[in-house]
Design a protein around this ligand. Structure first.
Ligand SMILES: Nc1ncnc2c1ncn2[C@@H]1O[C@H](COP(=O)(O)OP(=O)(O)OP(=O)(O)O)[C@@H](O)[C@H]1O
Ligand SMILES: [Mg+2]
Length: 492
């Protein structure tokens, strides 16, 4: 294992790393930090949650000249939330050197950004907003010596590639370009190399593309049973924090509304929400005020929330790469995680494609019964009760306890206490609008024959009633099936 000390880093950066609790390098850091410091162009590929941010952030900070008050390092990231998160991590790394990092993204005040741009040496930007600044000439890029594309394959994909070319054209020719992602399809890698100078390719050796510490399951399930099955799984797993991925914005709205109607603390996040709303939902999730984030792929990449113990693919993703990123929201920095993907019978081929990409078999899981779900709910109550047994404040209840025990059978009393502590699930019926199953890219004869790709009935509107005021209290986080207790400690 390599320590950061042995990489020849400056004292202010070492102090920052020490403060952040980083002791040893991760493999991608060990291999790419020296290349970054030497000024080489790098394509770095390593699994989700293995510290790619610091892998590019550290050499970037080391190369900043503090006395120059203009932008010298530029990171481009696909979503606003990720730009903010990366800027926070780079700010932490640059704290003692006095390097300042600014996130710039659409939906925030332009004038304020322009003022802030004057004294930040590193900018982390989404492509659209950065291009706005470039076109309005409100950002000076002539001193940029290092450019990073985080989630590089996404940035070089259809949706972003033209913007990225335009941005790179406006940077000094003589610069270092670094590309990072957990996935890097060959065709994208080829595009990438045209934008770089003799890049070093670092691919951390590992058998599988996904991290080992995520237990991956799938269940085969008809569309119409997905929602009830999801709530059962949530009852059984009692996740600390969970992300549920849906395919479309409407789907996300419907699933999050449905979960709320059943008494779960859930909210949705997708690209149609205002920036303010997106931020507030994400912040509530980070603080545990909501425990289930329902999301489109807007939350699939890069987000680092260590307490996420479970990821559910309510809809299997269209791109196998997206699967890698989605499930990678759990099991970060060595923690344990679990993922469950819902697959309709027509989507089995998609699952095969995913397994082929990740070189990892996804284990089949049985659809849980309502009985198992009930036991799951009770288990939360059992944990609450047994957790309270050691409580010092019990003395003032002892008198009542012994009186009760004189009148009732002990097991009746415990059963009654458990019943009261168990938040029984409201049975509000929830029906979702139908969706089209994923069509497998490149599958031979796709759509051929009977109903190959026929869309399900499309009936539009959201359709469920809210009439229960029973709500579920998630305080007693069971965290069963998730052994890592030290969720707040940094893994090595
Ligand atoms: N050397 C280290 N020691 C301990 N923790 C680390 C180390 N490097 C990074 N971390 C922490 O690990 C977590 C994951 O890091 P990061 O977000 O950079 O992962 P990533 O590789 O970019 O993942 P993704 O592919 O999902 O974007 C962060 O909380 C980060 O602070
Ligand atoms: Mg990342």
């Amino acid at each position: 294992m390599t320590t950061f000390n042995s990489l020849g880093l400056s004292n202010p950066v070492l102090k920052a790393l020490n403060n952040m609790g980083f002791e040893e390098t991760t493999p991608i850091q060990e291999q790419t930090i020296p290349l970054g410091l030497q000024g080489k162009d790098v394509i770095g590929q390593a699994q989700t949650g293995t510290g790619k941010t610091a892998a590019f952030g550290i050499p970037m900070i080391e190369k900043i000249n503090k006395d120059i008050k203009s932008v010298q390092g530029l990171v481009i990231a696909p979503t606003r939330e990720l730009a903010i998160q990366v800027a926070e991590e780079v700010n932490r790394l640059g704290k003692y050197k006095g390097v300042r990092t600014l996130p710039i993204y659409g939906g925030s005040n332009m004038e304020r950004q322009i003022r802030a741009l004057r004294d930040n040496q590193i900018v982390v930007a989404t492509p659209g907003r950065l291009l706005d600044h470039i076109r309005r000439k409100t950002i000076k890029l002539e001193n940029v010596h290092t450019a990073v594309l985080d989630e590089a394959d996404e940035m070089l994909n259809m949706g972003f590639i033209d913007d990225i070319r335009d941005i790179l054209k406006s940077l000094p020719e003589h610069r270092q370009t670094l590309l990072f992602s957990a996935t890097m399809p060959k065709e994208i890698r080829n595009i990438a190399t045209t934008l770089m100078k003799k890049p070093e390719e670092v691919k951390v050796k590992s058998k599988e593309m996904t991290v080992e510490n995520i237990d991956q399951y799938y269940l085969e399930i008809p569309e119409k049973h997905k929602f009830d099955t999801l709530t059962r799984l949530l009852d059984i797993h009692a996740p600390a924090l969970a992300i549920v991925f849906g395919r479309t914005k409407r789907r996300v709205d419907e699933v999050s509304d449905g979960l709320q109607a059943r008494g779960f603390r859930a909210e949705g996040i997708h690209g149609d929400l205002t920036q303010g709303k997106r931020m507030s939902v994400l912040n509530k999730f980070k603080k545990g005020r909501i425990e289930i984030l329902v999301a489109t792929d807007v939350a699939a990449r890069g987000l680092d929330i260590s307490e996420v113990s479970h990821v559910y693919n309510f809809d299997i993703p269209q791109d196998p790469e997206s699967y890698v990123h989605r499930i990678g929201r759990t099991g970060r920095a060595g923690r344990k995680g679990e993922s469950v993907s819902f697959v309709t019978s027509r989507e089995k081929a998609q699952l095969n494609l995913i397994e082929k990409l990740t070189k990892k078999k996804v284990e089949r899981m049985n659809v849980p019964s309502s009985d198992e779900a009930r036991r799951g709910q009770q288990q939360v109550a059992v944990e609450k009760l047994t957790g309270a047994v050691g409580n010092k404040d019990l003395d003032k209840y002892r008198q009542s306890a012994s009186e009760l025990l004189e009148q009732h059978d002990a097991s009746d009393l415990v059963a009654a206490a458990l019943k009261m502590l168990t938040k029984e699930r409201s049975e509000v019926p929830v029906r979702l609008s139908s969706v089209q199953p994923i069509s497998v890219k490149g599958a031979r004869g796709g759509g051929k024959g009977k109903g190959g790709n026929k869309p399900y009935r499309k009936d539009g509107k959201r359709n469920f009633k809210k009439h229960s005021n029973k709500s579920r209290n998630f305080k007693g986080k069971g965290n069963r099936g998730f052994q890592n207790k030290g969720r707040n400690s940094n893994a090595k």
